[in-house]
Each structure stands twice: as structure tokens, then as C-alpha cells.
Design a protein around this ligand. Structure first.
Ligand SMILES: *Cc1c(COP(=O)(O)O)cnc(C)c1O
Length: 418
């Protein structure tokens, strides 16, 4: 109690004591024994001082899981963030000139190299990148978008709403399932500022469908001298199934391409826009750029991630998202077998998902260790928390999204929760 007495004028300790006493009163009223109040107060205080944002073990099989923090960062990215964060840096200082520099300069050159673009700008996230591009290029004017691409991405982020907030006017073209280049051609007028193409992300229209290619849209844009912005969402830098690459979209004639840093790229949260230098310059000079700017930790982690892409073999090995995407099912199975042997569970074939709105139809062959469904809650509140999938009365611990080193920890958690 000494330690608690010393804390008696600490407002946090006083609030904790009140909470413990209030709960004890209710328990007494209900006829229950509230137990050791000092111990409960110590736990209440410890809990108030513990961070709530913490590591979890993702056993869902969804690689880019938005609720679980999207991409786990490569070690090389974390090293860059640690170095930039723990001391002063040349964030906006040109060391050669001894004068003010731009934070954008740290990633522009490498983004040009990786995508073939003339220039690049990086902001807080891709929603911000879209808002900035629309505001800088189309405020007060018209933006043409296919009716099949007026999507909601998740958590209420809707393309028509972002467009409205940017001050641009949405002009819908085509139909939900079929839109042709000629639909854009007919809708272009003197008020048209931009053609916008949006990756359908988390859904697919199947059956009687038609969408113009980037090259067809680029031809319309060029004929009328308006830019084409392609929002790729995930933005793959390397070839991944049928996901369009950033380099490919630019090569096909998109004037600007925007994408997230923490989806298929496998880096920190960021919104990246690459493309024609004169358009990027307009984004840089727009006042919203300052409001949406990327912070130094994110920028450092992004540079660290992009540097890995200079050696694609290394990127596939060291970027966790890419490793999990490409890992052979036999390796995932071995992990599930090791977990099942350690906890007495059963190995089960499952289907992993890419997540984050990328490749929604892609099924990644995967394996899980199935345990009793009743463990789900205890595992979720364990330290570290383990998040699995409840299905058919069992809890599936999918091993595609666990690393080799995680298996022992998950096994220990299962044993502790039984
Ligand atoms: C995810 C996504 C966005 C938003 O990106 P954030 O980085 O989450 O802000 C925008 N457009 C598309 C097509 C997306 O898939």
C-alpha cells in the first residue's frame, strides 16, 4: 500500500481509486465479494499507464487488414524512421546549399526511378492525395468519372464526396456496368478540367461489362488537352497478379497516378502522386499541400521501403506484405502444423485474402490451426492479442499472416487462455 499512498495526490491514481470503489460498491450491492481492493487499484493504475495502441498477432489470413494497421513495416523502413525520429534531420534542409530544402526531395528521385515518372509528390494518405489533386487541378470545374467507379472504399470514404469537398463538379459518364471511351468523349466540354479513373478496389462488376483501357482514356484526354488522373488505390510497383502497376499506368498515358503507401506497396501510410512535372508542381504549390503534408517518420519509413524496391529480390524477401503474398502454401502449411502440434489443434485448409481493397477476388491458398471457438475472446484480450476468424463453431488461426517467429507466441497464448 506504501506505493499507493505515495500516489494519493496523483490525479490519475485518484480517478483509478474512484473507479475501483464505484465498481466494488455495485458488486457489494449485488451481493458479490469485491475481493482485494488494493490489488485491483494497482491493476487499474497499471492499465491506465499502458499504451492502448499495441502490437497484435494477425491470424485472420487478410494481409492488408485495415483494422489491424494495414502493412507491417519492413525492418529497413523502421530503421529509417528510428534514425529520423530520434534526432534532428535534414528533413527540409539542403545540405549542399546550406539553405532551406523540400521534404519531397528525399523521395522524388527514387519514385521517378521506380515508376518512370517525371516528378512526384507525397502526402499523408491517398485520400489526401486525391483531394489535393482534384483541388489543385479542377476546383470550380468539371471532372468526368465513370458511373462504375463512383465507389465507397471503406469507413465512408466515397469518391463523390471527396470530389465535392475539393470544389470540383462531378460529371458522371457511362453506366454502372458499361462505360466506353466514347462516353467521355461526348461529355468533354470547355468546363472539363480532368478525366478521373478510379480503381474499383474492393468490388468487381462481372458479366455484361465494359471499361475503357487507360490508353483509350489517355487518347481522349490528349485530344481535348485535359489531364487524366488514375487513382490506382493500392499501387503495385512490381507485377502482382492482374493488379495494374504504377509504371504501366504512366506508360499507357495517365498524366498523374495516385496510390497508397500502406497497401500493396507494403510501407507506411502515405499518398503518392507521380506523373507530369508541371501538374505535380501545381499540387506542390496548392495551400492544401501544407495541410496534408506527410510527417517525417512516415517519410523516413517510405524512403526506407522504396529503397528496397531498387533490388526487387530484396523487396520480395524483406517487405512483409510481399513476402506473405508470395509465400508458398507448403511453408504456410508447415507453420500451421507446428502450431497445431504445439496446442493440439487441427490443421485446416483456408483461403487467405489480400485485403485493403486490392485484388478482392484473389484467393491465396492458406492453412490454419483450428481450435475451440470459446478461445476467441480470451485470445483477443490476451497480451499480445491474437485475432483469428470464427467459423463453423471453431476459431481458425490462419498462418499466412503469421511470421515463423510468431508461432511460438500464438501457441503460448492459446495454452494460457485454455
Ligand atoms: C484505399 C483507396 C484510397 C484511399 O487510400 P488511403 O491511403 O487509405 O487514404 C483511394 N482510392 C482507392 C481506389 C483506394 O483503394
Amino acid at each position: 500500500m506504501d506505493e499507493l499512498a505515495r500516489e494519493s495526490d496523483d490525479p490519475l491514481a485518484i480517478d483509478a481509486a474512484r473507479a475501483v470503489i464505484d465498481r466494488a460498491r455495485e458488486e457489494l450491492r449485488a451481493g458479490a465479494d469485491p475481493g482485494d481492493l488494493a490489488a485491483r487499484l494497482r491493476e487499474e493504475l497499471a492499465s491506465a499507464r499502458r499504451p492502448t495502441l499495441r502490437r497484435v498477432l494477425n491470424a485472420t489470413g487478410v494481409i492488408v487488414h485495415t483494422n489491424l494497421g494495414r502493412a507491417p513495416l519492413p525492418a529497413a523502413a523502421l530503421e529509417r524512421a528510428l534514425e529520423a525520429g530520434r534526432s534532428y534531420s535534414n528533413l527540409e534542409y539542403d545540405l549542399a546549399e546550406g539553405a532551406r530544402g523540400s521534404r519531397q526531395d528525399h523521395v522524388t528521385r527514387i519514385l521517378r526511378r521506380l515508376t518512370g515518372a517525371e516528378s512526384a509528390i507525397v502526402v499523408n494518405n491517398n485520400a489526401g492525395a486525391m483531394l489535393l489533386a482534384l483541388a489543385a487541378l479542377a476546383e470550380g470545374r468539371e471532372v468526368l468519372v465513370s458511373r462504375g467507379e463512383l465507389i465507397e472504399i471503406g469507413d465512408g470514404f466515397r469518391i463523390p464526396d471527396v470530389l465535392a469537398r475539393s470544389g470540383a463538379h462531378l460529371v458522371e459518364v457511362g453506366t454502372t456496368n458499361r462505360t466506353r471511351a466514347a462516353d467521355y468523349e461526348r461529355a468533354v466540354c470547355a468546363e472539363t478540367a480532368l478525366l478521373l479513373r478510379v480503381h474499383q478496389s474492393n468490388f468487381r462488376v462481372v458479366g455484361f461489362t465494359e471499361q475503357p483501357t487507360v490508353a483509350e482514356l489517355a487518347a481522349v484526354a490528349q485530344r481535348h488537352n485535359v489531364p487524366l488522373l488514375d487513382d490506382l488505390g493500392s499501387g503495385a510497383l512490381l507485377d502482382l497478379a492482374d493488379e495494374p502497376t504504377v509504371r504501366g499506368a504512366l506508360a499507357d498515358g495517365a498524366d498523374l497516378v495516385c496510390f497508397s503507401g500502406d497497401k500493396l506497396l507494403g510501407g507506411p501510410q502515405a499518398g503518392i502522386v507521380v506523373g507530369r512535372a508541371e501538374l505535380i508542381e501545381k499540387l506542390r504549390r496548392h495551400p492544401l499541400h501544407r495541410a496534408l503534408r506527410i510527417d517525417k517518420l512516415g517519410l523516413a519509413a517510405l524512403e526506407g521501403t522504396l529503397l528496397l524496391y531498387l533490388e526487387p529480390e530484396r523487396a520480395l524477401r524483406e517487405i512483409p506484405v510481399l513476402r506473405m503474398l508470395h509465400e508458398d502454401a507448403s511453408i504456410v502449411r508447415a507453420r500451421a502444423e507446428r502450431l497445431a502440434a504445439a496446442v493440439g489443434g487441427e490443421v485446416e485448409e483456408t483461403v487467405g485474402r489480400v485485403g485493403g481493397g486490392a485484388l478482392p477476388l484473389t484467393e491465396l491458398p492458406s492453412f490454419a490451426c483450428a481450435v475451440d471457438e470459446a478461445l476467441a475472446t480470451a485470445l483477443r484480450t490476451h497480451e499480445p492479442p491474437v485475432i483469428g476468424i470464427v467459423r463453423d463453431g471453431r476459431l481458425l488461426l490462419d498462418c499466412r499472416t503469421l511470421a515463423d517467429g510468431d508461432v511460438d507466441e500464438v501457441a503460448a497464448a492459446v495454452r494460457a487462455c485454455r
